[in-house]
Design a protein around this ligand. Structure first.
Ligand SMILES: N[C@@H](CCC(=O)N[C@@H](CS)C(=O)NCC(=O)O)C(=O)O
Length: 221
């Protein structure tokens, strides 16, 4: 089922990996939102505009609007899509499987991604005078800690298939692929993560993932 285009609006920024998650999930569900672009660097960061802060007081993207309801936080908005448009399912049916998929997604959303966020890097720079190289080292360190655990989790489980859980994309892949993109941006060495690389390659051939890539976005620079 497709939502009328004028009823779904996504506030996004091409480089944002959290918005990238939302774009993948929308594509997988066959939903076509209107895009509103929030440039995180221009004009002191458009996420800090009064108008945007009214929608998302955290000053972060993505934000989804549906039927006049405003939903922030990528996990919350993707779970919302899953509940409103259950097919194709991004969570398995069985409770253990659902927990495993959420475990993978949350390992990224809570324990890797926030440590690389723009405002955190800006703080490292402004308060601790961290250079660009030092900020990149910081990011690589925390990506390494998180990816080492994920590689172990995925490579040691029979539940892992072509994707993180089985042979079709789930919410775990929706979170993993953009984080792989972040890793590549800071030239993190992915050679030690064969399972993550294999899943990334699988997803790259899927149209919903391909269309969500930063470079495929209308606001890409
Ligand atoms: N936990 C949030 C994270 C959102 C987030 O951190 N978005 C970043 C871009 S990936 C952002 O808007 N950063 C703005 C800033 O740091 O100023 C979610 O999953 O939606």
């Amino acid at each position: 089922m497709l939502a009328p285009a004028n009823k779904l609006t996504l506030y996004t920024y091409f480089r944002s990996s959290a918005a990238w998650r939302a774009r993948i999930a929308l594509n997988l569900k066959g939903l076509k939102p209107d895009f509103k672009f929030v440039h995180l660097l221009k004009n002191g960061g458009e996420q800090y505009n009064t108008e945007y802060l009214r929608l998302n007081p955290q000053g972060i993207v993505p934000t989804l609007i549906h039927e006049d309801h405003v939903i922030g936080q990528s996990m919350a908005l993707i779970e919302y899509l899953e509940e409103r448009w259950p097919e194709p399912a991004l969570l398995p049916k069985d409770p253990f499987g659902r927990a495993r998929v959420r475990q993978i997604a949350l390992a990224i959303a809570c324990d890797i991604h926030p440590l690389s966020n723009l405002r955190l890097r800006t703080y490292l720079k402004n308060i601790f005078e961290a250079s660009d190289e030092q900020q990149a080292e910081w990011q690589k360190h925390w990506i390494g800690v998180g990816f080492t655990a994920l590689e172990e989790l995925l490579s040691s489980s029979k539940e892992t298939g072509k994707y993180c859980h089985g042979n079709t994309p789930t919410m775990a892949d929706v979170f993993l692929i953009p984080q792989m993109g972040n890793a590549r941006r800071v030239k993190f060495d992915l050679a030690h993560y064969p399972t993550l690389l294999r899943i990334e390659e699988e997803a790259a051939a899927h149209p919903a993932f391909a269309a969500a890539r930063p470079e495929a976005q209308p606001d890409a620079e």
